[in-house]
Each structure stands twice: as C-alpha cells, then as structure tokens.
Write a protein that binds this ligand. Structure first.
Ligand SMILES: *[C@@H]1O[C@H](CO)[C@@H](O)[C@H](O)[C@H]1NC(C)=O
Ligand SMILES: *[C@@H]1O[C@H](CO)[C@@H](O)[C@H](O)[C@H]1NC(C)=O
Length: 214
C-alpha cells in the first residue's frame, strides 16, 4: 500500500474507533491489537520486502532502527531461553545453550538430560556420535558430565562444510534451524528426543521438557 493510502486507512480506522467506541469496534482497531501481533505483522512485512525498503527511509532512520532491533533481538533471545530455566533437579546449574544450535532438555527421575543440536552448516567441536545426551543428577553429583571439563558448556557448534562429529539426529535440518523448529515443530522434536531417552532405557515420567536456541 502506498504511504498516503496507509495514512488514509489508519485515519479511517481511527475515525471508526472514535466515533463508535463499542467493545467490538475497539477490538478491530489495529492500534488496539496486542503489541506482539502488530510487531510480528509489521516486521514480517518489512523483512519480506526483499531488499526494497521504502525509498523515503533515511539511512539515519535505518541506523536507529538497527539499534532498536538489536536490543529487541537480545531481549527476545533471553525470553525464549526461559523455557529451560528453573527445571528439576534444582541443584544442577543451567546448561549453556550452544550458539548456532540449541538444546532439548528433559528431566527423568531427578536427573536432567540435555541433547545439544547444531544448525545446518555447523558441526560439534568433539566427536559425539553415540553420545546423544549430557546429564546432571545424583550420579554426577549434580554437575554436568560434559566433554568440556568442569563447566556448564555441553557442546560448541562450529561453522563446517560437512557434519560428521554428531549423531544424525543431532542436527537441525537444512531449512529448519533451531528458531524455526522452536516456533513450528517444538513438540515433535521434544517427543522424538524423549523416545531416544527411552531407547537408552531411561524411563519414567518426563518433566520440564523444553527446547531453547543459542
Ligand atoms: C470485529 O472483529 C470480529 C472478529 O474478530 C468480527 O466478528 C466483527 O464483525 C468485527 N466488527 C467490525 C465492526 O468489523
Ligand atoms: C546415533 O545414536 C543412536 C542411538 O544412540 C545409535 O544407535 C546410532 O548408532 C548413532 N549413530 C551413529 C552414526 O553413531
């Protein structure tokens, strides 16, 4: 829509909102839509403009927007990390989430199991083909039994042409990186991960299951 068209459209909506302030009408005013819906729609539209940002946007405006977007990205990133926080057992420190990948975690019988995954184009720093999970519980004295000595880092995903260090199931598919998977396929990934634990004879009621992206 042309800018003038958009303005007229916004004004006409505003007019409707002001002249008929019934509950129903208010809900339909764009300005009254929840922030998340407004933001998602606007960001999606701008992002899908495929390189043709409106010519009236100045480079200073773009710079300012980049600053706000970076800050917002940071806040959103921290917000999605919350899904894996405060899990049982409380004695276990929070596992670090690998950048360019993610972690699927689940607690079974007071032990926390986390499976690191790398995005397409990234590979694990250490060989871990038969090592799907790292764990933390009474048997590990509530420390992570990681390949990285003495810390909460479970895996590192390094840029790589081929992916050979991890198990086949430890990589997100090409067009489904961690964020895309989390937004669309979280439940099925968690289910298949719980099935992998069961296959290792770790059975019991799965609790605090989550997927977070680094
Ligand atoms: C407002 O939206 C609701 C559904 O969200 C719809 O049923 C209703 O007809 C709309 N009202 C107006 C005035 O457009
Ligand atoms: C991947 O993990 C499964 C389950 O632990 C195992 O059976 C399989 O051999 C592993 N694949 C490779 C390539 O090591």
């Amino acid at each position: 829509m042309a800018p003038t068209g958009t303005l007229i459209w916004i004004f006409s909506l505003a007019a409707v909102c002001v002249s008929e302030p019934s509950d129903d009408t208010f809900k339909n005013c764009t300005s009254q839509a929840p922030l998340f819906e407004r933001l998602s729609a606007d960001v999606k539209e701008a992002a899908e403009s495929s390189g043709n940002l409106p010519s009236e946007w100045s480079s200073q405006q773009s710079a300012a927007l980049i600053g706000s977007m970076r800050h917002l990205t940071d806040l959103l990133h921290k917000h999605q990390l919350k899904d894996c926080q405060l899990a049982e057992p409380k004695e276990c420190p929070e596992a670090q989430v690998p950048e360019n990948g993610g972690l699927v975690c689940v607690t079974v019988e007071n032990t926390r199991y986390c499976k690191p995954l790398c995005n397409h184009g990234y590979d694990f720093g250490f060989l871990r083909r038969s090592r799907l999970f790292d764990s933390c519980g009474p048997k590990t004295r509530f420390r992570w039994d990681t390949q990285y000595v003495g810390g909460n880092r479970l895996a590192v995903c390094n840029a790589a042409m081929i992916q050979i260090s991890g198990n086949q199931t430890a990589y997100f598919p090409k067009d489904q990186d961690c964020l895309k998977t989390k937004s669309q396929l979280q439940d099925s990934l968690i289910q298949s991960t719980v099935a992998e634990l069961k296959a290792k004879n770790i059975e019991g009621e799965p609790q605090n299951a989550c997927l977070v992206c680094g």
